[in-house]
Design a protein around this ligand. Structure first.
Ligand SMILES: Nc1ncnc2c1ncn2[C@@H]1O[C@H](COP(=O)(O)OP(=O)(O)OP(=O)(O)O)[C@@H](O)[C@H]1O
Ligand SMILES: [Mg+2]
Length: 247
């Protein structure tokens, strides 16, 4: 579903010079799989997810999403994905239900189907209490749920979620985790980033750890354990960050 090959993206920064935010990254993610991207602050997770979502152009390398190339077929790629990023604004005067309707129409979901789907998502994400409240009056967790609902409304085969559970309380994070598992069960391909190790351990089929834009390791929890000799993901993570970047 997603194939990333030698993907690179640099930024020119006045003070820091050339920053290699994503440095020769390769991985692939199958249908029905949850792939977790872990890495310290500034590791390049958001940049990688933005590249795959076509919000940024790569400096070199390539990636395909459901067979479409991120550089030459970016509008096709965008139709395949639901993308969540922390800096995505909601329309202040619209309610969550109206936002879902707006984006559903934009994606040309038929009206009847759109009504059914948005009611279903509102129920599944436990949004009924605030689905008809203007979004500028919602709490940050409610806004986050609304943003996640928005990634689901056109029923895309691929979800790309940048820290979907950051700053959520435990019950709300659980609702989001469950919706990610539901998406997996319905055959979607999910790439997501998080700083919450327990959550990654619980949700992900495979995990990649990146640092300084480079892949340090990727595999199932068992493969990560075998490679590092550590048990818990937090220990594996810390162990990997101490290795030289060529490892
Ligand atoms: N638009 C930009 N211009 C210059 N540098 C950038 C830009 N976007 C990202 N970077 C740099 O790229 C590197 C990777 O940033 P990125 O946001 O991808 O990290 P991250 O892994 O998502 O971190 P976090 O966990 O803090 O969200 C950082 O050094 C960052 O400063
Ligand atoms: Mg980030």
């Amino acid at each position: 579903m997603i194939q990333v090959q030698n993907l690179c993206r640099s930024f020119e920064d006045k003070k820091r010079g050339t920053v290699k935010a994503v440095d020769n990254l390769s991985f692939s993610v199958a249908k029905g799989e949850i792939f977790g991207l872990l890495g310290p602050n500034g590791a390049g997770k958001s940049t990688a997810l933005r590249l795959i979502s076509t919000l940024l152009k790569p400096s070199s390398g390539s990636a395909t999403v459901n067979g479409f190339d991120i550089t030459t077929e970016s509008s096709d790629v965008r139709r395949q994905i639901g993308f969540l990023t922390g800096d995505m604004g909601l329309y202040a005067r619209l309610t969550p239900r109206e936002i879902l309707q707006f984006f559903g129409r934009l994606a040309e979901v038929p009206e009847e189907e759109l009504k059914r789907r948005s009611a279903d998502i509102i129920a599944r994400l436990d949004m009924r209490d605030f689905a008809d409240t203007r979004s500028d009056k919602l709490s940050s967790g409610m806004k986050q749920k609304t943003a996640i609902a928005r990634t689901l409304i056109h029923d895309p085969p691929v979800l790309i979620l940048d820290e979907p559970t950051a700053m959520l309380d435990l019950p709300t994070a659980r609702v989001i985790e469950r919706s990610i598992l539901d998406a997996k069960r319905s055959g979607k391909c999910i790439v997501y980033s998080t700083h919450i190790m327990e959550e990654a351990e619980y949700l992900c089929d495979r995990i990649a750890v990146i640092n300084h834009g480079q892949l340090k390791i990727s595999g199932t929890m068992d493969e990560l354990r075998a490679a590092t000799g550590k048990q818990r993901l937090r220990e594996i993570f810390l162990e990997l960050l101490e290795l030289p970047s060529a490892a």
